[in-house]
Design a protein around this ligand. Structure first.
Ligand code: NAD
Ligand code: MG
Length: 393
């Protein structure tokens, strides 16, 4: 029996995680759940899985959550971020933590789980992008087990040899990691129409149902850029080890190419319950509730290279890896602010990349030697991005 806490339980990944966990009451028990403000959904989830703790990170929603929990007759304690996040990620009883808060807000809670040496299922790619080497050294120092939930990284993990040596792909006979991406909803739209795309159009991903921030990132392909950086840290890769391949059907979730010409791919229907179930049960396999692939229906399988004119964010992210940690951290911060402004209707779709580029151009290189440095730097870049926004919007 494994006991799990889910950070960001009310989100798309959180809900899929609970779906898998609730299918296996003999294998998993829920210890704690968190949400920011969707407390009604959190209480509904708690009725089903009866956790010990509910953590509500939006202080304005805490009282409502306590009332609703009482009305529902729940035994769970309702806590705020300060008293709850460390408790539910570090308690002795907890063996697994799903890190599925969106954005930089996920960094500290994910690190709490890492620092307690837990099995950490990493959906929150932003935390790794922000703090790369510092994050990985905490994983090593505290002997945490880090398993990727991002479908591409989970696929790569499944396609690597069992004895893969971190930062040494050549040693394992690997010639390239092929990171696949769908290209998002605007893959075939004329580039000059992108400026007029609305938040709802950007969030209408053809293959995946996801939260709004990552959906916009998929439309700009900043998501693939963040994943490029994430892959570098997770597997110890250099930019030249990774090639991005567009595959609009999202059935191949990524591949590893070996020097003898073999390519090993992981395939499946685009449903996050597969990587979640894989990481939860690793190294065993459990039912995820996902329909098996029907090969008679897979008539149309295509691949192409990404066009950097269509996806300027992708180029920014790839360049950020070589520029150093400050550039990845700055890009992530600027992008979170710009995407939020786009979702609120303050800027046009194409201005997300313009703002990201302009913030990067105005940010000087600096050393980030601690998580505190990362958080302070992130905050500064956010302020700077707000100033750029006021000029643009
Ligand atoms: P979502 O928007 O659906 O859910 C986000 C969750 O984070 C919610 O539970 C919300 O309450 C919580 N949250 C939001 N702001 C918060 C704050 N300030 N403090 C604390 N909690 C906060 O997002 P999602 O699509 O589930 O994505 C979650 C993470 O997983 C992201 O980092 C995303 O990149 C990653 N991811 C998602 C998918 C997917 O298919 N959805 C795939 C791969 C990776
Ligand atoms: Mg992904």
């Amino acid at each position: 029996m494994q006991t799990i806490s889910i950070l960001g339980a009310t989100g798309s990944i959180g809900q899929s995680t609970l779906d898998v966990v609730n299918r296996h009451p003999d294998l998993y028990r829920v210890f704690g759940l968190t949400c920011h403000s969707q407390v009604e959904l959190l209480i509904e989830q708690a009725r089903l899985c009866q956790p010990h703790y509910l953590v509500v990170t939006d202080p304005n929603k805490l009282a409502l959550a306590s009332d609703l929990a009482k009305q529902a007759g729940l035994t769970a304690q309702v806590l705020d971020a300060n008293s709850g996040l460390k408790l539910i990620t570090q308690a002795d009883d907890v063996s697994v933590v799903m890190a599925a808060i969106v954005g930089a807000a996920g960094l500290l809670p994910t690190l709490y789980a890492v620092q307690a040496g837990k099995k950490v299922l990493l959906a929150n790619k932003e935390s790794l992008v922000m703090s790369g080497e510092l994050f990985m050294s905490e994983v090593n120092k505290h002997r945490a087990t880090l398993l990727p939930i991002d479908s591409e990284h989970n696929a790569i993990f499944q396609c690597l040899p069992a004895d893969y040596q971190y930062a040494n792909p050549k040693q394992s006979g690997i010639s390239k990691i092929l990171l696949t991406g769908s290209g998002g909803p605007f893959l075939n739209e004329p580039i000059d129409t992108l400026i007029n795309k609305s938040p709802d159009q950007a969030c209408a991903h053809p293959n995946w149902q996801m939260g709004r921030k990552i959906s916009v990132d998929s439309a700009t392909m900043m998501n693939k850029g963040l994943e490029f950086i994430e892959a570098c840290w997770l597997f110890g890769l250099q930019p030249e080890n990774i090639e991005i391949v567009l595959h609009p059907q999202s059935v191949i979730h990524s591949m590893v190419q070996y020097k003898d010409g073999s390519v090993i791919a992981q395939l499946g229907n685009p449903d996050m319950r597969t990587p979640i179930a894989h990481a939860l049960a690793y190294p065993e396999r459990i039912d995820a509730g996902v329909a098996p692939l029907d090969f008679s229906q897979l008539t149309d399988f295509s691949f192409c290279k990404p066009d950097f004119n269509r996806y300027p964010n992708l180029r920014l992210a790839i360049n950020a890896v070589s520029a150093g940690q400050y550039a990845s951290t700055a890009l992530n911060a600027a992008n979170e602010v710009a995407v939020d402004a786009f979702l609120r209707g303050r800027i046009a779709f194409t201005q997300i990349a313009d703002i990201n580029r302009s913030v990067l151009e105005h940010t000087a290189s600096e050393a980030l030697n601690s998580i505190e440095d990362v958080i302070n730097f992130d905050q500064r870049v956010r302020k700077q991005t707000q100033q750029h926004l006021t000029k643009v919007a």
